[in-house]
Design a protein around this ligand. Sequence first.
Ligand code: ADP
Ligand code: MG
Length: 355
Amino acid sequence: MKQVKILELEGVSYEYRGGQKALIDIGLCVNEGESVTILGTNGSGKSTLLYILQGLTKPSSGSVRAFGGEVFDDSARARMGLLFQNSQAQLFSLTVWEELLFGPLQRGVPVSEAEKRAEDILGLLGISHLRERSPWQLSGGEMKKVALGTCLSTNPDVFLLDEPTSGLDPRSQVELIELVMALKKAGKTVITATHDLHIIQDISERAVIIGEDHRVLAEDTPSGILAKHDILLKANLIHEHAHYHDGYRHEHSHYGAHEHGDPDAGHMNGHDMAHSHGPHSHGRTEAIAMTRMEEKLKILLEHWHEHNEEHTQTYLEWSGKAEKEGRGELARALKDIAGESRKLNSLLRKAKKLL
Ligand SMILES: Nc1ncnc2c1ncn2[C@@H]1O[C@H](COP(=O)(O)OP(=O)(O)O)[C@@H](O)[C@H]1O
Ligand SMILES: [Mg+2]
């Protein structure tokens, strides 16, 4: 299938008035139907980039094309929907219902069709109860859903989502991720700006990191990006005591950075290869006295134990969530896993004592 380029940026830089640099020499190309995450820490330039893609802001230098033409053409802008980072910037009608009708009516969609869309969106986002409320008197998360609803209501080809999960409770975050997946399935192009590494594998097939210096620092598949520990550190997307296993975050408060050769490799492999540095908690003399094999095994056991403790905690958390959702059987199954995992913890402790 021929890939159609729908957004093309070349050498794009942007400076705010007063000389504040927001983007430097950005090159980016997005194909139709692609989903891309723009990753970057606070102030790296993500929101500015989305404004430029939407044609709200003109770059100080460089070129932007959308759908093969000028991004500032009304027809190009009409095909894009931007979810603002700050929902208040997006909402201005008296009621949520009017808010959802505004975009389509402005674009000449017949009233009956616009109303049908608005109704569908209320249902889809689970916000039917907010229909007559003023968008200004909603919670941050509710506002965000309404703002997303206004994007959906104009049925754009390209969604530009600025930190869509921030301010959402865990369930709404999962729903948002599912919505992005559904948009993707429907052939939409989705560009999401975020610093939330947990979501990038679910919502995108490519990730671009903008560094603190406002330049593109790396570009790869989401799992490729998650494996680039040094770059994530440099971009201030993780801190030194954290690492990822295919999207699952671990923190090691008592120990320094972990290098993983291959994030998809099993723990044994990854850790075996990576830990050529000193032992975890035992003293030097003891370490020297141990055979090499024992030393390695001790480090591995330490890790297995540590990970297993964390996993046990996570099983319990998810069991609680399942319980709350009325999924009793699932909650019990997860609790059983936690129980087994506790047994494993005591076996690991026992093995550690033997070394
Ligand atoms: N209206 C503005 N005036 C001046 N500087 C701004 C303005 N908006 C953002 N900036 C600056 O531009 C840089 C990029 O900001 P932004 O695109 O909002 O980053 P991000 O969305 O990644 O947090 C930051 O250094 C920020 O302080
Ligand atoms: Mg921003």
